[in-house]
Design a binder for this molecule. Structure first.
Ligand SMILES: Cc1cc2nc3c(=O)[nH]c(=O)nc-3n(C[C@H](O)[C@H](O)[C@H](O)COP(=O)(O)OP(=O)(O)OC[C@H]3O[C@@H](n4cnc5c(N)ncnc54)[C@H](O)[C@@H]3O)c2cc1C
Ligand code: SF4
Ligand code: SF4
Length: 447
């Protein structure tokens, strides 16, 4: 008899998912993958939702508030995470990477790599006693490296599932976690395991990352600690962020002057990102508005080439930010140099004022890095890439179709987009996938 494993009923990692066929496999459990899984599950299809991180939620669960409504991001994301985790038709595998998608006998064959967590998920009760006992501090990935966690930890407060994961790269195997665990859940002997699943369709919702490591020496001062990424700023602004308020990472100073450099990793052929990343203008304006609430006496300046505020309510949002006193300076930031006391000096070509070059000092700088695909080589996974490196979307009349029969895309996997557009595309992928599954079923019935 096959046993379906839902997020509420985890198996020990390493144990087989005994069911080996689903109607749909959704790759990636960010907001897009969660939405596609919910929509397909609600139509009665069996869904396997695969996430390579230890929790579902993707990027959105780490955001502070969302433009243009300024709703709390985790207040929107957490109910969807819980709904998908409790859905009777959806099975979730975390710590699992999709390595390959192939065609087999008219269906999809999906190869999974189930990574060891060194914890028996059935036994772990998420009490964190292991975390408190562990002597090894490591950068906290959820907090974007702004805080430390332990080599064994539950990933974050509202993670789903609430299970500890051991970081084998940093663990010194001292045994303290195993001694502290009240349920004897630690399994130092776990090994990675490969597994193959069959499915009628695949929805690729593999999302995006920021090109933080781009080769732009002009934006790399000798002391880079006060030049942060926008995801780090999201954590600084989050209600339960690493410091509980906005502080400068290098010395804990309350910032008095914050600069945003837009298009820092986009619209630049020399770094391979010629396109607009679509959300940077808006999230920078959002962060600037939130900052002006958190730091009422600070100056906040946004250096931009153009502001692209194209969605519903976006232009009004931009105008509100101007009315709040946020400074918008049209100019190209040519360099970010070290200044006194950890400050940064920006050399700005004032494009609106005869190209004059000015030097401006700020104590914290946010670089709006470009959005690039999380999946670096879609072809290696058996998917198709478009000319921009994101997943292909070759037919404009079928917006979620990934160019391979039975494969659909959702959210940022096919290109940068905001949350609303990601959710719309996730719904379109579920709808197109469900139509495809019905066609396949009716062909089988006729033959
Ligand atoms: C700083 C910042 C602020 C933002 N603020 C806003 C905002 O205020 N409002 C707004 O509308 N938008 C905002 N956005 C955009 C928003 O984050 C995205 O629209 C949204 O998160 C896209 O979700 P997604 O599910 O498509 O991708 P992701 O959230 O990236 O999810 C993809 C998931 O797939 C998983 N995955 C990838 N490859 C594999 C694999 N091979 N196997 C298994 N799993 C895999 C990843 O681990 C990840 O969890 C912001 C973006 C940034 C960078
Ligand atoms: S065995 Fe590793 S994870 Fe466990 S307490 Fe020691 S260092 Fe931490
Ligand atoms: S101490 Fe054991 S039960 Fe508690 S979170 Fe750690 S592994 Fe899980």
């Amino acid at each position: 008899m096959s046993t379906e494993i839902t997020a509420g009923e985890e198996t020990e990692r390493g144990e087989a998912v005994e069911r080996d066929r689903y109607d749909a496999v959704v790759i990636g459990a960010g907001i897009s993958g969660i939405q596609s899984a919910l929509d397909l599950g609600d139509q009665g299809y069996s869904v396997l939702l695969v996430e390579r991180e230890p929790s579902i939620g993707g990027r959105m669960i780490s955001l502070s508030k969302v433009f243009p409504t300024l709703d709390c991001a985790s207040c929107i994301t957490t109910p969807k995470m819980s709904a998908v985790a409790r859905h009777p038709k959806v099975t979730i595998l975390v710590n699992t990477e999709v390595e390959r998608v192939a065609d087999k006998d008219g269906e999809k064959e999906i190869e999974l790599l189930r990574k060891p967590t060194y914890v028996d998920n059935r036994a772990c009760i998420g009490c964190r006693l292991c975390e408190y006992a562990c002597p090894v501090e490591v950068p906290d990935r959820f907090e974007q490296g702004l805080a430390l966690t332990r080599a064994i930890a539950v990933p974050f407060t509202n993670a789903i599932p609430q299970k500890a994961v051991l970081d084998a790269e940093h663990c010194i195997f001292c045994g303290a976690c195993a001694r502290a665990c009240p349920t004897d859940a630690i399994r130092y002997e776990q090994e990675p395991r490969r597994q193959t699943i069959r499915a009628g369709i695949v929805v690729a919702a593999t999302g995006f990352k920021l090109n933080v490591g781009i080769n732009k020496p002009q934006y790399q001062p000798k002391n880079p600690r006060n030049v942060i990424s926008p995801l780090q700023m999201e954590r600084l602004l989050a209600p339960h962020g690493p410091y509980g308020r906005v502080l400068r990472p290098s010395d804990g100073k309350i910032p008095e002057s914050v600069a945003y450099v837009l298009c820092a990793g986009s619209r630049d052929k020399s770094i391979g990102v010629p396109y607009c990343s679509r959300v940077c203008c808006m999230y920078s304006i959002k962060q600037a508005m939130l900052l002006s609430g958190a730091l009422p006496i600070a100056d906040i300046t946004i250096y931009y080439m153009d502001i692209r505020a194209f969605g519903k309510g976006f232009e009004e949002f931009y105008q509100n930010a101007k009315a709040m006193g946020i400074q918008f300076v049209r100019g190209k930031v040519a360099r970010v140099n070290d200044g006194p006391n950890g400050d940064l000096i920006l050399r700005v070509e004032m494009t609106e004022e005869d190209g004059r070059v000015e030097e401006r000092q700020h104590d914290l700088v946010v670089l709006a890095y470009g959005i690039i695909p999380e999946l670096e080589s879609p072809e290696q996974v058996g998917l198709r890439a478009g000319s921009d490196g994101f997943l292909a979307r070759p037919d404009s009349t079928r917006p979620a179709f990934a160019g391979i029969e039975g494969v659909f895309t959702a959210g940022c996997a096919a290109g940068p987009k905001d949350i609303v557009d990601s959710i719309i595309e996730a719904g379109a992928a579920a709808s197109a996938g469900s139509a495809y599954l019905s066609q396949c079923a009716s062909k089988t019935t006729k033959s």
